[in-house]
Design a protein around this ligand. Sequence first.
Ligand code: ADP
Ligand code: MG
Length: 271
Amino acid sequence: MSDTTMAAQTAPRTDEPVLKIRNIESFYGPIMAIRGVSLDLRKGQIVSILGANGAGKTTLMKTISGVMDPEKGKITFEGREIQGMEPHKVVEAGIVHVPEGREVFPLLTVEENLNLGAYTLKDRAQIERDRELVFNYFPILKERRAQEAGTLSGGQQQMLAIGRGLMANPRIMLLDEPSLGLSPLLVKEIFAILKRLNEEQGVTMMLVEQNAQAALNLAHHGYVMEVGRIVMDGPASELMKSEDIQEFYLGGHHDEGGREQRRWKRKKTWR
Ligand SMILES: Nc1ncnc2c1ncn2[C@@H]1O[C@H](COP(=O)(O)OP(=O)(O)O)[C@@H](O)[C@H]1O
Ligand SMILES: [Mg+2]
């Protein structure tokens, strides 16, 4: 039984990269935040990007979703180059970015927030079906559909942020630290829903996480970023066994950054 679980976790659904990133460089003014990143996202996969604070994970997602333009490099989605495309065009193409910090509109209701996610769609019946789908995965949002989003708990707001992303009917979801600030129980609940969305709806996912344990449990493949570069990648089940990953992320209980930061600085860079 555990054999089939392992196989399901390591085997990508197909071998075709749906998103190809090649030698991306992105800057904030003179600061190079992404220093030549290349990675593949295969159809049906969940790929996790791990890395310490400031590694460039969010910048990478912003570059894919068109919020930032790369100075160099190519991003190919389903055979079409999308680097430098306007963010709404990227959404229309089928890539949705659920940003860090679960940004919902606090004074709008749950339902109004969801409707905003469907802004690229015109077919009312389709929007209705998508809303039902979101309510099916997140029943609490249905219960609270008329409530202002600002009155939801942190976990519910994260669910709403994900639900709003789903309303655009994405083929790829970019999820930036969905576990941030949530209790372990809620993280488990949300990750279980992400897994179902991946398996049942075929949504391909890129998941940025500092919670490496949860991320590698969910993901098929993982990449590790350090100072704007990919320094390691492999099947999630192998990364979990890697000594570096064990030491940096999985080695017991880290307190809020202090100890982890010191250990990080003491150690040489990988490779
Ligand atoms: N708005 C910004 N202006 C200038 N530098 C930034 C800005 N946002 C991020 N950076 C810098 O870019 C690098 C990567 O940041 P980020 O992508 O947010 O990392 P991560 O998401 O991995 O924590 C860091 O050195 C950070 O200080
Ligand atoms: Mg970030």
